[in-house]
Design a protein around this ligand. Sequence first.
Ligand SMILES: [Zn+2]
Length: 238
Amino acid sequence: MNKSRAGTKTVVKDITAVVTASVSATVTAGASTAGTMNSAAAQSEFKLGVPPILDVFEFARREQLMVGAFDTEELGRLLDGLPLQPEVALSVLTGPPETPGIVRYIVQGQRSSVGKPQINLHVQTQLVLECQRCLGPLVFPIDRQVIFDLVRNESDLIDDPSRVDQDDLDVPEKVVGSREFDLLDLIEDELILEVPYVPRHERCPGETVAAADAESDPEEGGRPSPFAVLGQLNTKSK
Ligand SMILES: [Zn+2]
């Protein structure tokens, strides 16, 4: 795992340089919505393997773009306690992965409207989790996009008390940047945040439609609707 990481380092530098040249005309800082990121990703070169250690301030200043995919197995902290993930061959992805086992990422360096260095991270994967109701495997898609302000020190992470709504999408998160920034670590942190505490199928395999509806509808106060009961009777009489 570590070997592949070190081996790809130099290659990536070249790719990001090429990517920057080819997309700088179409991707402007601050305008990187999911849509523009995807169109930029489509025309950039794709890196297979984990993202390299990079000077993230320089990456933001030069408004570079990095797009790639790597094996979910690289994420030991994320996978701790999860079921075995399938092994899939890495391939160039133009959209979200269609199977578990692979993580796709798009990272755009940019500057905020007031010139602060930022990275816009978009990460997509599917994880195999264990359903806490039927204990069967559950494929859980993750598609997370976050803009980070890059700060110099831990002390800069403390939030401005004037920030009212911490979940406001317009307010970037903060991360301590460095010249040897571990993007893989940040991606792993963001994926961990997306894993549900109690994963459950919307409808467990083998469960009837009516039973699933009755259980998943909190408005009913736990009492199954007459239609759900009727549905169960119908199933039983078959
Ligand atoms: Zn289930």
